[in-house]
Design a protein around this ligand. Structure first.
Ligand SMILES: [Zn+2]
Length: 501
């Protein structure tokens, strides 16, 4: 059987002032000598750039090499780092590439889609649903469609309706993308052979899970996921998925989602999804959290008797959630509290240029330039220690990505202690590798700041602990900082009177 692999994977932060335009999805020519996964990638090139990664696309590729009798054809996959709302033109650009390839290379026996589940475009608040619907229209009602989404997806009835099966990654940090993709492909292959008839149901209680509680090895997610694994092992069940939700997409379907897939029995699927949702609702008081302020977090870190570094997580400027990476709120606090040993990165291309001379004196304002919420810029004084391209590989990075490149970058040692990495590109923080690439050993610092929440935790094996900080920004942990226009009301944690039955 021939299955097609395709999709659009974008985590959309609708609070970001920077729209995601067509230029965010450059079309990579087939055979291009590039290893970047960003843009619209087609054909064999798709396998080439994902080879060795552990992404959803890599899992689809693995399905073609391991499932007997299954050929997976790489069609079109588009992705770009988390950013603002996808423009109408950008969405149509991606959609037209996908639909054209489907028409040219079809028909297929089944479709495998690598989506996010929290994509928002100008025209379609549920952009995932729109694209899946278009693919359904293109292939007709009888071709099974399997969709794989990020753990952070805001998974809606409109997304699952046109699909045959929907599987979310079930880890955060995301380390099971390829595995879930393989499971999805297996279900689609069995459907094509007529062995199973999947029917799925989703429940969306009015509940948003705080980003600080979205780690999957701790409660409440640990308990929710154990219930999902036990549900899918029951007779008649094929799969279950929990969507944690992405709080920074201001859409009606923002929040937790519970998907159950049964074999031919819609009532069983519905009952399963409801059971998972009820469990979460019963534990709803464990779904909100408060992080310390920058000053509190720094004092906590300094009070730690363990000599190893403590990592402060700059939750408000979590680049992996679509923020710019130029917040200097924590830099300002560390300097103000005269912390003598810390390590921190700031995205500031102009500052890289101004500090490019190794051994040169530095006296300039850095960061806080994209949005007043991350600033004002902070004056740093010191000496440039190193300058070069900040590129590294991280085999444990979230989502299965491997290669990172922050472009030309400099390391500045501050007069009062502390070390700052200035970068030309903003890259989701992927651990100590971003510092090691320029010769800095993160282990030698009392405090390390990482612009992430979960994605970076495997990247600092030398750390004694992690402290999430309630920093302001477009990914702040405190959801009450945001002016939502489109979310459901009432909904937890915003309106305590919210009900679910
Ligand atoms: Zn995610």
């Amino acid at each position: 059987m021939r299955l097609a692999a395709l999709g659009l994977l974008h985590e959309t932060n609708t609070f970001s002032p920077n729209p995601t335009g067509p230029d965010s999805f450059p079309v990579m020519p087939v055979g291009a000598a590039q290893s970047s996964i960003v843009g619209i990638i087609t054909g064999q090139q798709l396998w080439n750039v994902h080879a060795g990664a552990k992404t959803t696309v890599a899992g689809f590729h693995a399905a073609g090499t391991t499932l007997p009798g299954v050929e997976v054809v790489p069609l079109v996959f588009a992705t770009t780092p988390p950013s603002g709302t996808i423009s109408a033109a950008a969405f149509e650009k991606v959609s037209s590439h996908i639909l054209a390839a489907l028409a040219e290379q079809g028909p297929f026996d089944g479709i495998l889609m690598a989506q996010h589940g929290a994509s928002v475009s100008e025209a379609y608040p549920d952009a995932d649903a729109e694209l899946i619907r278009r693919v359904r229209d293109a292939v007709g009602p009888s071709v099974p469609i399997g969709v794989v989404v990020d753990t952070h997806g805001n998974l809606s009835p409109a997304q699952i309706a046109p699909a045959t099966v929907t599987l979310a990654w079930q880890t955060n940090p995301h380390v099971d993308a390829a595995l879930r993709a393989l499971q999805c492909a297996e279900l689609i292959a069995r459907t094509v052979r007529g062995e199973i008839s999947p029917v799925q149901a989703v429940e969306n209680p009015p509940l948003a899970l705080n980003i600080l509680l979205q780690g999957t090895i701790e409660d409440p997610m640990k308990t929710f996921l154990a219930a999902a694994r036990s549900l899918e092992a029951e007779p008649g069940m094929l799969s279950a998925s929990i969507g944690e939700g992405f709080p920074y997409a201001d859409v009606a379907h923002m929040g937790m989602a519970f998907i159950a897939i049964a074999d031919g029995d819609p009532e069983l699927a519905r009952a399963g999804a409801r059971r998972l949702a009820r469990l979460a609702w019963e534990m709803r008081e464990q779904c909100d959290a408060v992080a310390p302020t920058p000053d509190e977090a720094i004092r906590q870190a300094l009070a730690n008797p363990d000599p190893r570094p403590v990592v402060l997580l700059d939750v408000g400027d979590n680049v992996g959630a679509g923020t710019p990476g130029d917040s200097v709120i924590l830099l300002d606090a560390l300097m103000r509290l005269r912390v003598p040993s810390f390590l921190l990165s700031v995205w500031d291309a102009a500052a890289v240029e101004a500090t490019w001379t190794v051994g040169g004196r530095v006296d300039l304002d850095v960061g806080g330039k994209t949005d007043p919420i991350y600033g004002p810029p902070v004056r740093i004084r010191g000496v440039t220690r190193a300058a070069g391209v900040d590129a590294w590989e991280d085999r444990k990075a979230s989502g299965g990505w491997v290669s990172f490149d922050a472009g030309p970058s400099t390391i500045v040692d501050l007069d009062g202690g502390g070390t700052v990495l200035l970068t030309t590109q903003s890259v989701p923080a992927a651990g100590a590798g971003q510092y090691a690439a320029l010769g800095v050993d993160a282990a030698n610092h009392r405090i390390i700041v990482s612009k992430a929440v979960y994605s970076t935790r495997d990247g600092y094996p030398m750390a004694s602990g992690f402290i999430e900080v309630d920093t302001p920004g477009l990914a702040a942990s405190n959801m009450r900082r945001f002016d939502y226009q489109h979310r459901r009301r009432p909904m937890l944690p915003f309106e305590p009177e919210a009900t679910y039955d």
